[in-house]
Design a binder for this molecule. Structure first.
Ligand code: C5P
Length: 290
């Protein structure tokens, strides 16, 4: 890829943990997880990139408030990481103007800044295969969720979330995301956990999930081990789960450390229909379907 081909629009889809088991804790305090993640592409932040005279980050969109525009933003940290690695390989990364459209709530258990950083890293990785390999292996340093977001396709993640295994998931189910617009800080949830040594995920069908029914049967034997603790910190999570259950979801559960909750439905059409109904009764919630 040439410098002028760096320009473009990237999507940073939400990360949804369909199941998340906490199986242990490392000496450094990070938790060992087993999680199945999916990335609904229609629910995403957008990142506009243009070569410029100097690096510039502009944040727009519904959830721009509170997002730093200085080098503390994880997107610029990702750019710095990439430039340092590229430099070692003799590759130049020109200054970039980056416009980040925050459509997804942050502190919400659906990737947030990790998704944005991952989208930029995946894009810059195309400059050079050796650079791509380095970025994939160093990306966890930016955040435990960055590697899975770089993969961008259904994965089982283990370790602290950075050991990835792709999962075939051809079922065409619908997904509804509801966020009660209350941020829940991830470290607070992990810190308040009572049980840190739970059972691993059940074995997966070797060929993945061909039908929604197969996926659902497997999911019913799984959990989100952060959910109970997150609900004790933010009661609105339980309210959102209850509301999705009343829409006859096949499954309603929290994603990540919350507060976003997802509902699974047979088809995207049903999910969109239920999203509209929920929006009418809860205009104060963030509600999306895909
Ligand atoms: O890696 P990231 O910065 O996204 O993680 C935020 C916080 O969540 C960490 O500081 C840690 O407290 C907690 N965490 C954890 N175990 C993980 C991932 C995150 O304890 N596997």
């Amino acid at each position: 890829m040439q410098d002028d081909e760096l320009a473009g629009t990237l999507l940073a889809p939400a990360k949804v943990n369909l199941a998340l088991h906490v199986t242990g804790r490392r000496a450094d305090g990070y938790h060992l997880l087993e999680t199945l993640v999916v990335f609904p592409r229609a629910i995403a932040d957008r990142i506009e990139i243009e070569p410029a005279d100097r690096d510039l980050l502009t944040v727009t969109g519904e959830f721009r408030e509170g997002v730093p525009t200085d080098r503390g933003n994880i997107v610029l940290k990702a750019l710095d990481l990439c430039r340092a690695q590229a430099g070692e390989l003799g590759i130049g990364v020109p200054p970039l103007s980056i416009t980040l459209e925050k459509n997804l709530p942050h502190g919400a258990g659906i990737g947030g800044g990790s998704a944005d950083a991952a989208a930029l890293l995946s894009h810059l990785a195309r400059l050079d295969p050796a650079l791509g390999e380095r970025l994939a292996s160093l990306s966890a340093g930016l955040g435990a969720d960055v590697p899975m977001c770089m993969a961008g396709s259904p994965q089982v993640a283990r370790g602290i979330g950075d050991e990835l295994e792709p999962v075939a998931l051809s079922a065409g189910f619908g997904i509804l995301l509801v966020n009660p617009r209350r941020p829940v800080p991830t470290p607070a949830v992990f810190k308040a956990l009572v049980n840190r040594s739970n059972t691993p995920l059940p074995a997966m069908p070797p060929k993945g999930f061909g039908t929604t029914e197969a996926l659902l049967n497997w999911l019913k034997a799984t959990r989100n081990d952060l959910q109970e603790t997150a609900v004790s910190i933010e009661g609105a999570i339980a309210e959102a789960i209850g509301a999705i259950e009343r829409e006859d979801a096949l499954l309603a559960r929290m994603s990540g450390s919350g507060a976003t909750v997802f509902g699974l439905f047979e088809t995207p059409e049903i999910a969109r229909d239920r999203a509209e109904r929920l929006r009418a009764s809860r205009p104060d919630w963030w509600i999306r379907a895909a």
